[in-house]
Design a protein around this ligand. Structure first.
Ligand code: SAM
Ligand code: SF4
Length: 339
């Protein structure tokens, strides 16, 4: 098998036909989860058998190849990544790969408190914790499980372990989470957390999504302005980044808005995704996938893997079409793609 020298800096760049440069790989490590958010997965779901998941060694191999093509940022996600056994070991493996500048994690935080320090020690430096409400009853409605107290403990443990900033992701759903916007913002201001609201996207189970259920970024800004303090766009916020940052004019920090529906940021997308079962997706909403696991397990050499990655990026479409009649919802739900 041909082995590439991955210790040298990447000379290639993953550029698609719209000129977008891709340096960001999101890796889902499991489709399993310890809660059941209504906007992400059904109550009853058949999970992937263990042997169909990429092993840590298979993930490492792909990341080493991806680095030679220009990937330098990794985010681990799922499902719930902390339910995968010994996740700090994977963090350590990836963080040590020459050329990787940044390893992040998106987690629901339930299992985080006892693991935060080990993750930090393994080399994790960015953490996003998902929390849509501080209210135990609404947490139960949204996640079909209890656990808000563990998430809050996880947030404090992440701060204590050294993560700075700790980012909080809150999905915003009209008619459901309006009452959570201001309490979450006050909580984040009190503890110095970076809160970001995400517009509800059509990747849920049971076709529950409809445009009328999206709590739009502009509406969230109104709620925050009325309930806390007026806000102004942060002049340092990158207009091409998914989150648009706003500063509270009372000096109490800032808040981010990820307006995936009302202000799609597809034209500045720099991401590709690898599912837990080793399928490469060039968009969250992609309808096609490239089977990396088959290539790895079939004995393909590194150049074949690299070409599969280049081809997938080259084939990327202009963007999702959520706001048009042409939109087709992918078969996979959010928990099995990796958000
Ligand atoms: N389990 C981890 C968590 O919840 O943070 C990681 C995986 S989860 C799929 C990644 C992110 O996607 C979470 O912040 C979650 O809130 C968000 N998400 C899931 N379904 C969504 C949807 N339909 N619309 C918008 N965001 C969604
Ligand atoms: Fe699990 Fe995250 Fe999906 Fe919620 S959003 S069900 S925590 S994978």
């Amino acid at each position: 098998m041909m082995v590439m020298n991955t210790s040298t800096a990447a000379v290639n760049r993953l550029i698609d036909r719209f000129g977008r440069v891709h340096n960001n790989l999101r890796i889902s490590v499991t489709d399993r989860c310890n809660i059941r958010c209504v906007y992400c997965m059904p109550e009853n779901v058949e999970f992937l058998p263990k042997q169909s998941l990429l092993s840590y060694e298979e993930i490492e191999r792909f990341v080493r190849v991806a680095v030679t093509q220009g990937i330098d940022k990794i985010r681990l996600t799922g499902g719930e990544p902390l339910v995968r056994k010994d996740l700090p070991r994977l963090v350590e493996i990836i963080a040590k790969i020459p050329g990787i500048k940044d390893v992040g994690l998106t987690t629901n935080g339930i299992l985080l408190a006892p693991m935060a320090k080990a993750l930090w020690d393994a080399g994790l430096r960015r953490i996003n914790i998902s929390l849509d409400t501080l209210d135990p009853q609404r947490f139960l409605e949204l996640t079909r499980r209890t656990g808000v107290e563990q998430v809050i403990e996880g947030i404090h443990a992440a701060k204590a372990a050294g993560f700075d900033p700790v980012k909080i992701n809150a999905v915003a759903i009209k008619g459901v989470t309006e009452a959570d916007v201001v309490p979450l913002a006050k909580f984040s201001r009190e503890y110095g957390l970076e809160l970001r609201f995400i517009e509800y996207m059509p990747l849920d189970a049971g076709d529950q999504w409809e445009r009328g259920k999206v709590l739009f970024a502009a509406e969230i800004l109104d709620l925050l302005s009325q309930g806390i303090s007026p806000l102004l766009p942060d002049p340092k916020s990158d207009p091409r980044a998914p989150a648009q940052d706003y500063d509270y004019i009372d000096g109490g920090g800032r808040v981010g808005l990820i307006a995936s529906v009302s202000r799609p940021f597809c034209m500045s997308c720099n991401r590709v995704r690898l599912t837990a079962d080793g399928k490469l997706r060039n968009c969250l909403f992609a309808l096609n996938e490239t089977d990396i696991r088959d290539l790895i397990r079939g004995g393909s050499d590194d150049e074949t893997l690299a070409k599969a990655l280049r081809d997938s990026v080259a084939d990327k479409w202009e963007g999702h079409e959520i706001n048009t009649a042409r939109f087709i919802k992918p078969d996979r739900l959010m928990h099995s793609i990796g958000g």
